[in-house]
Design a protein around this ligand. Structure first.
Ligand SMILES: C[S@@+](CC[C@H](N)C(=O)[O-])C[C@H]1O[C@@H](n2cnc3c(N)ncnc32)[C@H](O)[C@@H]1O
Length: 678
C-alpha cells in the first residue's frame, strides 16, 4: 500500500485535506476543519458542497472514517465488499445486503413475512418527506438541476457538539416530527454556505493571484510555509538513486507533488530551465503512485482522465469511504415508513436527494444496518447510490420483458422488479453460477415474484433468449470507480486486464443490443453501465457498439446530474452523440465512480437484396476479432446456402481436368468470404 494508505490512521496531513494544495491562508482555515474532524467519532460524515471545476457545486468529502479494507473481486459496488465495509463503518453496520446475502437466505414465505409485515413496522408517527407522496421512482428531468443531493447534514438523535461547524441552533433535538423540517433547513443552509464558499473561493483565488505575482518562485514546505530550499525536480539519475536508497520520505513526496502541481499550473513561468512538462508529469505520477499505493500504470491511466488539480482530488476521494446508502424496496414498504422504523431503532438517516425518492443515506446507527428486522424482511437493499442510476436510466415499465444480463448479486434486478411492480418478467442472468446464490437470496428476501434467475455467459444471448423490451448490461469491469471499497484494484490491474475487459464488454454490448426487440411497443432500450472510470471500458465500448450496430443510437439517460462522456480522448475521436453518456465521480458527486449510457434500438436498416426484394441486415453474433472462444454452435448444413460453394468447387475440379465448366447459375463466389456487420 502507498504512503498515504499507510498513514491513514494518523491525523490528516495537509495534502489529505487539501487536494488542491492551498495557499497558507487556505491552510489556516482547513486546519480548523481538520481539528474539528479529529475530535469526532469515526463515523460517516456528511459532505460539504463546494464549487467544482466546471463551476457547479459538488461534494467535498468530510468523512474521516478509515478506509482500510480487504480486497474484493472488483466486480461491483456492493456484494464483495463485506469485509471492507465492516472495516469502514466499524461495528455500526456489520452486515450488508449485497455483501452478505447469507444473512437471510430463506424464502420470505418461510418466515411468514411475505404478505403482511406490518408487525415489523415502528409505531405510527408522522414522517414527512415533503415531495415523497408518490413512492414510484420519479422521472428525473435532464438539466433540471445539476446539484448533487448526496451528502448533506447528518441528523443526529443526539444534538452534536456545538463546536460542530453547522452551529448551535442545531441543538434542537431531532424528533420524527421535526426531522423533515430540520432536513430542509439544513439543506437551505448548505446552499447558502456553498454560495458563501463560492464567494470565498473567488476572493481567495484573487488573493492568490496577487501573492503569486509576489512570490511565484518562493517554494512552500509541507505546511504551506515558504521554505528556504528552492524546489528542484530530480533528474532521471537522481530518481534512480532515490529508488535504490528505498525511496523518498513521505514529506518529500508530498512537497514534490505540491510543487509539481504548482509548476504544471503555470509551466512557462515556474518550470526549471531545460526541463520538460512531461518530466514534471512523470514525477508527479510516480509520486502519486507511491503516495496513494497504486501501480504506476494505473496511476497514470487515472491521472490522464483529469486536469492536474482535479486528478489529485480524485485520488484523495478514493481514500475516503462513500456514504452508506439504502434503497427502499417499494414491493414491501414506503420510504417514509422505512425511515420511521429505522429512526425508531436508533438509525440516523436522511433522504439521499431529490433525484431519487427511494434512497436513504445512513449516517450512524446503534444497530447493524444489515441485520435489522426490516432488512431481513426485505424492506430495503443496502446499495450504493450510484447503483440506482442505470436502473433509473433504463426505466423498466410494468408488464415488460426485461433482461439483466450480468445481474448478481441483484441490486439492480430487484430495483427493476420493484419499478415494474412485480409484473412482467425480469430475466436475471449471471455467468458466475456461485454468484447467482446471493442473487436468488436477494430476489426472495425482497419479495420479487417476477424474476427468473439464469446462468449463461452473456455472449450466448440472444441465442438462448431474445426479443426483450429492455436490457441492462451492468458489465463486468475493472472497478476503478470503487477503489475506496476495493483498494486491491490499485495494484492488481495491468494493461492486459483493460484490453481483455474492453473486449469482453464489446462482445457483451453487441449481444445486449441484439437481444432487444426493435418492435417493442413500450421500450426497445439498452442501458450499458460500469463501475469504472476508464475510457476503454466506457466511451470506447459505446462508440464501438454505435459503429457495429447502425440500428442503435444513444439517447438521453434522463439522469439529473453527471459529467458528459468524452467525445475525444488522447487522440481518439468518438461519435459526438457519446456526449449523451454520463460519468459520475467520487470527488464530484460523492458517489462511486460510474458510467451510464442509454441506447434506443431501432429496426435494422433494409438493403436491396440480390433478388430485388429488400432484406434486413442480420447482425453477426460476434465480430471476427472476437471469434476465439465465442459460443458459436453448429446448427447443421444449409443446402441452399452451400449451393454456390458446391457449384464453384465443381467448376474448379472440371477446369483442373481440362474440361469446360457449365455457365454459372449465380454470380461468382469470392475466394474468401468476409462477413461485414455494417
Ligand atoms: C458489475 S457486476 C453486476 C452487479 C449487478 N448488476 C448488481 O447490481 O448487483 C458484473 C457481473 O458480471 C458477471 N459476469 C462476468 N462475465 C460475464 C459474462 N460473460 N456474462 C454474464 N455475466 C458475466 C459477474 O459474475 C458479475 O456478477
Amino acid at each position: 500500500m502507498g504512503r498515504r494508505s499507510k498513514n491513514k490512521q494518523l491525523p490528516p496531513e495537509s495534502l489529505g485535506e487539501e487536494p488542491s494544495f492551498p495557499s497558507k491562508k487556505q491552510l489556516g482555515k482547513r486546519k480548523a476543519e481538520v481539528e474539528t474532524l479529529e475530535d469526532e467519532k469515526p463515523s460517516i460524515r456528511p459532505a460539504k458542497r463546494v464549487k467544482d471545476i466546471n463551476g457547479k457545486r459538488k461534494e467535498k468529502i468530510k468523512s474521516k472514517a478509515g478506509s482500510d479494507t480487504d480486497g474484493s473481486e472488483g466486480w461491483e459496488d456492493v456484494e464483495d465488499g463485506a469485509e471492507l465495509k465492516k472495516a469502514q463503518i466499524g461495528s455500526l453496520f456489520n452486515d450488508s445486503d449485497n455483501e452478505e446475502p447469507d444473512a437471510f437466505t430463506g424464502d420470505l414465505d418461510d418466515a411468514g413475512l411475505e404478505e403482511d409485515d406490518d408487525f415489523l413496522q415502528a409505531p405510527a408517527q408522522e414522517f414527512d418527506f415533503g415531495s415523497d407522496e408518490d413512492e414510484e421512482e420519479g422521472v428525473p428531468k435532464h438539466e433540471k438541476s445539476k446539484h448533487v443531493q448526496l451528502g448533506g447534514r447528518a441528523i443526529s438523535a443526539q444534538p452534536e457538539d456545538s463546536s460542530d461547524e453547522y452551529g448551535a441552533d442545531d441543538d434542537e433535538p431531532v424528533t420524527m416530527a421535526n426531522m423533515a423540517k430540520l432536513s430542509r433547513k439544513l439543506e437551505a443552509r448548505a446552499v447558502a454556505e456553498a454560495e458563501l464558499d463560492v464567494e470565498e473561493l473567488k476572493a481567495l483565488a484573487a488573493e492568490e493571484d496577487e501573492d503569486e505575482d509576489m512570490d511565484a518562485d518562493a517554494p512552500e514546505d509541507t505546511n504551506g510555509d515558504i521554505s528556504a530550499e528552492p524546489f528542484h525536480l530530480p533528474t532521471p539519475t537522481e530518481r534512480e538513486q532515490e529508488k535504490a536508497s528505498g525511496g523518498p520520505d513521505v514529506h518529500l513526496v508530498q512537497r514534490r507533488m505540491r510543487e509539481c502541481v504548482r509548476v504544471l499550473a503555470n509551466f512557462s513561468k515556474r518550470a526549471e530551465k531545460g526541463r520538460s512538462r512531461s518530466e514534471y508529469v512523470d514525477q508527479l505520477v510516480a509520486d502519486i503512485a507511491s503516495y496513494y499505493g497504486y501501480n504506476e500504470f494505473l496511476a497514470k491511466k487515472l491521472f490522464q482522465l483529469f486536469p492536474v488539480n482535479e486528478a489529485i482530488e480524485f485520488f484523495e476521494a478514493n481514500e475516503v469511504p462513500r456514504p452508506v446508502t439504502i434503497r427502499t424496496n417499494t414491493l414491501r414498504t414506503r420510504r417514509r415508513d422505512l425511515a420511521q422504523a429505522l429512526v425508531n431503532r436508533g438509525v440516523n438517516l436522511e433522504p439521499i436527494g431529490k433525484w431519487t425518492n427511494l434512497g436513504l443515506q445512513v449516517f450512524e446507527s446503534s444497530v447493524p444496518i444489515g441485520a435489522t428486522p426490516e432488512y431481513l424482511a426485505g424492506h430495503y437493499m443496502l446499495q450504493a447510490a450510484s447503483s440506482f442510476l442505470p436502473v433509473i436510466a433504463l426505466s423498466p415499465q410494468p408488464n415488460e420483458r426485461v433482461l439483466d444480463m450480468a445481474s448478481a448479486p441483484g441490486g439492480k434486478t430487484t430495483h427493476m422488479a420493484a419499478l415494474m411492480q412485480n409484473t412482467g418478467v425480469v430475466f436475471a442472468n449471471d455467468a458466475n453460477k456461485a454468484r447467482t446464490k446471493s442473487l436468488t437470496a436477494n430476489v426472495h428476501r425482497l419479495g420479487c415474484k417476477s424474476v427468473v434467475v439464469c446462468s449463461y455467459d452473456g455472449r450466448e444471448f440472444p441465442k438462448v433468449m431474445g426479443g426483450f423490451d429492455r436490457v441492462l448490461l451492468d458489465a463486468p469491469c475493472s472497478g476503478t470507480g470503487v477503489i475506496s471499497k476495493d483498494p486491491s484494484v490499485k495494484i492488481n490491474k495491468s494493461e492486459r486486464d483493460f484490453t481483455l475487459l474492453s473486449h469482453l464488454q464489446k462482445q457483451l454490448i453487441l449481444c445486449a443490443i441484439d437481444s432487444v426487440s426493435p418492435d417493442s411497443k413500450t421500450g426497445g432500450y439498452v442501458v450499458y453501465s460500469t463501475c469504472s472510470v476508464t475510457v476503454d471500458e466506457n466511451e470506447a465500448v459505446v462508440d464501438y457498439a454505435l459503429k457495429k450496430r447502425p440500428n442503435v443510437k444513444l439517447v438521453e439517460t434522463d439522469l439529473e446530474f453527471g459529467v458528459k462522456g468524452f467525445t475525444q480522448y488522447r487522440g481518439k475521436t468518438f461519435s459526438p452523440s457519446v456526449s449523451l453518456t454520463r460519468r459520475f465521480y467520487p470527488h464530484v458527486h460523492n458517489m462511486d465512480g460510474f458510467f451510464v449510457a442509454k441506447f434506443k434500438v431501432e429496426k435494422r436498416s433494409k438493403v436491396p437484396a440480390t433478388q430485388g426484394k429488400e432484406e434486413e441486415v442480420e447482425p453477426k453474433f460476434v465480430d471476427e476479432e472476437f471469434k476465439v472462444g465465442a459460443q458459436e454452435t453448429f446448427t447443421g448444413f444449409n443446402e441452399e446456402e452451400d449451393q454456390p460453394y458446391l457449384e464453384e468447387a465443381k467448376r474448379k475440379r472440371m477446369k483442373a481436368k481440362g474440361l469446360r465448366p457449365p455457365p454459372r447459375t449465380k454470380p461468382a463466389m469470392p475466394s474468401k468470404t468476409v462477413e461485414t456487420t455494417a
